[in-house]
Design a protein around this ligand. Structure first.
Ligand code: ADP
Length: 270
């Protein structure tokens, strides 16, 4: 039976083999636990807006005679539906980046294009929030990866910087080169993040202030997505902040030389 097979394998592999096997099992258990936590979290997060929409619809039915009330309920239903849509979109995005370590559409990517696209995606949000988004030149740096994923990552950072800042402040995007890495930084003058929360912001569904995040439509998945995208590109994302003094999020990605001789795990350079 199975036990016997494992015994035989352990016998054949010796002590190192036993350790390796135990390690694999631990890892499998951990992956399974993470998956279960994720499903539990997703269910919990989806229940809130779905419950709100259901309740609003029921109340609206009762208030059918009162046009003003109906309008108010309809508006709140729209807000909740938009939140739900945003949440579902982020859950899909996260499972997409979590599911594969390979970059399906990897190609040489101009960082200038990523910055321009991320700024364009947030233009209306910035205007509406009265935040000035400032970008510097990048000097034609390139990385090897997925343009759409990198744009999603940077756009998430820019959108957070806007969300957690007061009107009439600035968000700066800067690009520089450091020891073979391209560093993309998004700096804001917003509320900042305390030390204990800073350690947790990349966790899935973590939000410092649930109430405020709710108002801004935050899901707590944005930074988990950024982290995955950075890792998939052989890079990393780090955060610096001090409560009340703004935050800086930095994406660090392997630079692609002019020869194109950069290998990213899971992707084949041209
Ligand atoms: P959300 O959708 O809630 O913004 P994220 O994963 O993008 O989720 O961010 C997690 C939490 O980290 C946010 O809810 C917020 O509390 C905090 N955070 C992220 N970016 C910033 C920032 N630039 N300034 C202050 N707090 C931030």
């Amino acid at each position: 039976d199975d036990d016997a097979v494992i015994d035989v394998r352990i016998g054949a592999l010796g002590e190192t083999g036993v350790l390796l096997l135990a390690d694999d099992l631990t890892r499998a258990v951990r992956v399974e636990e993470t998956r279960r936590d994720f499903v539990a979290n997703v269910s919990h997060e989806l229940k809130t807006p779905v419950g709100a929409i259901t309740l609003l619809a029921e109340t609206m039915e009762d208030a059918a005679e009162d046009p003003d009330a109906v309008r108010r309920f309809a508006e709140r239903m729209q807000t909740e539906s938009r939140r739900l849509g945003h949440l579902v979109q982020e859950i899909i995005e996260l499972s997409r980046v979590q599911g594969s370590s390979a970059l399906p559409d990897a190609e040489p990517v101009e960082i200038d294009d990523v910055v321009a696209e991320a700024v364009a995606l947030n233009r209306n949000f910035a205007l509406g929030s009265r935040i000035e988004v400032v970008t510097g030149g990048t000097g034609g740096l390139r990385v090897f990866g997925s343009a759409s994923m990198l744009t999603t990552a940077l756009s998430n950072l820019v959108s957070n910087a806007i969300s957690y800042s007061e009107p009439d402040t600035r968000v700066g995007i800067s690009v520089r080169r450091d020891q073979g890495m391209v560093e993309l930084s998004v700096k804001d003058q917003g509320m900042g993040i305390s030390k204990e929360n800073l350690e947790r912001v990349f966790e899935r569904f973590f939000r410092v202030d649930r109430a405020r995040s709710r108002a801004t439509g935050g899901s707590g998945l944005g930074l988990a997505i950024v982290k995955h995208i950075a890792t998939d590109h052989g890079g990393e994302v780090t955060a610096w902040s001090m409560a009340g003094q703004g935050s800086t999020f930095t994406l660090r990605l392997p630079e692609m030389g002019r020869t194109g001789a950069v290998t990213v795990s899971g992707a084949t350079p041209p």
